[in-house]
Design a protein. Structure first.
Length: 178
């Protein structure tokens, strides 16, 4: 007999959760909704980049998003040089682990582009960030600061891991592709 999820949580029964059968298949729309909420509710990630011959570099960075497109600061440094040599990146966004049931995160595979201040999308990305930081405030005739670089990550694939999905009858891993 399968345990009720409340009983699984109450008893901290990892084995029962692992054995809980998948009873529902998540629709693409529901998966996209959950991904969008997760991305929106977070603001830090780990960006992994590598040039052709260098050791990969994982950099914790704040990000902001427009749907599944991520924007990150790209000031001078190894990550920027890596992107110039190899635009393929991996991004990790996750919750802190407080219990076995709290394991939740996503592995993003994408391609990065460096936007300089002469690129029309630079102003758009900057305004997205300003609106996020100054929610509800009048930004008037704000002009984006020049001389900076923004990294745009076009997401190709997202691998979502959420142990708590098992409590809803779903599998704990899902893959979304653009």
């Amino acid at each position: 007999m399968e345990n009720d999820w409340k009983e699984i949580v109450r008893k901290n029964d990892k084995r029962a959760l692992a054995q809980k059968k998948v009873t529902k298949q998540m629709s693409k729309d529901e998966l996209e909704r959950r991904i969008a909420v997760f991305i929106k509710n977070h603001n830090m990630c780990v960006l992994a980049s590598a040039s052709k011959d260098a050791v990969p570099r994982a950099t914790p960075l704040p990000y902001w998003a427009d749907g599944t497109t991520l924007y990150l600061g790209a000031d001078v440094g190894t990550k920027r040089e890596n992107i110039k040599a190899n635009p393929k990146v991996s991004v990790g966004i996750f919750d802190p682990r407080t219990s076995w049931l709290s394991v939740k995160g996503m592995q993003i595979t994408g391609e990065a582009t460096l936007l300089t201040d002469d690129d029309p999308e630079f102003d758009y990305a900057t305004m997205l960030r300003i609106r996020e930081l100054l929610v509800g405030e009048d930004i008037g005739d704000f002009k984006p600061r020049r001389g900076r670089t923004i990294m745009k990550v076009e997401v190709k694939k997202i691998e979502l891991l959420d142990v708590a999905l098992k409590l809803e009858g779903y599998d704990l891993k899902y893959v979304w592709e653009a």
